[in-house]
Design a protein around this ligand. Structure first.
Ligand code: SF4
Length: 373
């Protein structure tokens, strides 16, 4: 049985100073170290977090010599664009970004009536090895820095704020990021410190300033980190990717289950609820003839009914040539109804952007495959 290695080495990804990796205090120290007054740091901070500047050239209230020096020794955004595609309905946009060391990550923007939700990545690749997931197939390359996590949000904030930005979307023009889900590439709890540094800046009114309740962190269930999150004091939503109600099946789909079993995970979720009084979401990707039987639905219903929770049933985004295929609409409805019959609130999450490989890791995988062909 393969043991999952949870040790990750931190890597320095650019020789320049990555300003998005700096706290406000660290940025002030850096700017003062250049012999500049502290208010210059405040100006730069404002350009980055409130005006979504991507380059020093845009920071027109800074002296030209300072802009040049910053250009030489620092970077604003670490992201370059590899590919950018829209769904046919133009309500889903996916971008494959390249990081300074050549790693690639995906970010997805989903436009709903009132919400503009971003699905962001927390790692380049992933170590968790979920058998139905495209990202898992390449393993983990490295953790993202806090700045690389934030940069994904700022990129789309800038796009949404600019009515002339290409590509245009047909739906009513949205102007701001309203929700963020950490459900892209990677396991956020496996990159805990950088993720929480990023979350603090994304929710800080002096920085990006998004309400914590509009952010959801999704995990496969790293129990010590769920306990730690309960102590953070930020009202970020917790989602747990469960995908099976018992150890036998879950260990096949989500290998980390061999370290932290279903009942222990549910006990950790109960502790989290007791501590925070917050409702937890369980994600359940329905796979035809794998985890979608009425018996499994009933078992899941029995286990979840004591918890303050909600189940998001997700029709699987199929990976080409994979044995895991989505459940039919009829069987999905039956599964959801059984959960409801057990008193567990459940909804089917809309599947977005199948034709643009919007499932986690699929665009990166198909781009890599095309290059290799
Ligand atoms: S489903 Fe999530 S946690 Fe599992 S391998 Fe894919 S990215 Fe990692």
């Amino acid at each position: 049985m393969t043991e999952i290695n949870l040790e990750v080495e931190e890597s320095k990804v650019t020789s320049k100073v990555a300003l998005l990796d700096l706290s406000r205090e660290a940025l002030t120290e850096y700017v003062q170290g250049m012999g500049q007054p502290a208010y210059r740091a405040a100006q730069i901070w404002d350009w980055i977090y409130k005006r979504y500047a991507l380059s020093f050239a845009e920071m027109t209230n800074l002296p030209k010599a300072l802009r040049q020096r910053l250009e030489d020794e620092a970077i604003v955004s670490p992201l370059g664009i590899v590919t950018q595609i829209n769904s046919l309905a133009k309500d889903t946009q996916k971008v494959l970004f390249r990081l300074p060391d050549g790693q690639t990550i995906e970010t997805v923007l989903m436009v709903y009536d009132k919400r503009r939700t971003l699905c962001i990545s927390s790692q380049a690749g992933c170590a968790m090895g979920c058998t139905f997931c495209a990202t898992a197939q390449g393993g983990l390359a490295r953790n993202l820095t806090s700045g690389e996590i934030i940069a994904q949000v700022l990129y789309f904030a800038r796009y949404l704020a600019d009515p002339a930005a290409e590509p245009r979307v047909d739906v009513e023009r949205p102007t701001a990021v309203t929700n963020i889900v950490l459900m892209g590439m990677g396991e956020p709890m496996h990159n805990y410190k950088n993720v929480w540094d990023a979350l603090r800046r994304l929710t800080d009114g002096d920085a990006f300033g998004l309400g914590a309740r509009h952010i959801t962190l999704s995990t496969v269930g790293l129990i010590p980190m769920i306990d730690r999150m309960a102590e953070e004091g930020l009202q970020i939503n917790l989602a747990v990717s469960l995908h099976a109600p018992n150890d036998e099946l879950r260990a096949q789909l989500v290998p980390i289950n061999r370290r932290w079993a279903v009942d222990d995970l549910l006990a950790a979720v109960q502790r989290y609820i007791d501590k925070t009084n917050r409702r937890v979401t369980f994600e359940y990707a329905l796979m035809n003839d794998i985890n979608d039987s009425p018996e499994l639905a009933a078992e899941l219903g029995r286990k979840l009914s004591p918890l303050l929770c909600h189940v998001n049933v997700i029709p699987l985004n199929p990976i080409p040539d994979s044995p895991f295929q989505p459940t039919s609409d009829e069987d999905t409805e039956r599964f959801v109804q059984i959960l409801r019959d057990h008193g567990v609130p459940a909804t089917v999450r809309l599947r977005r952007g199948i034709e643009i490989n919007a499932g986690c890791g699929q665009l990166r995988q198909s781009t890599t495959a095309r290059r290799a062909a």
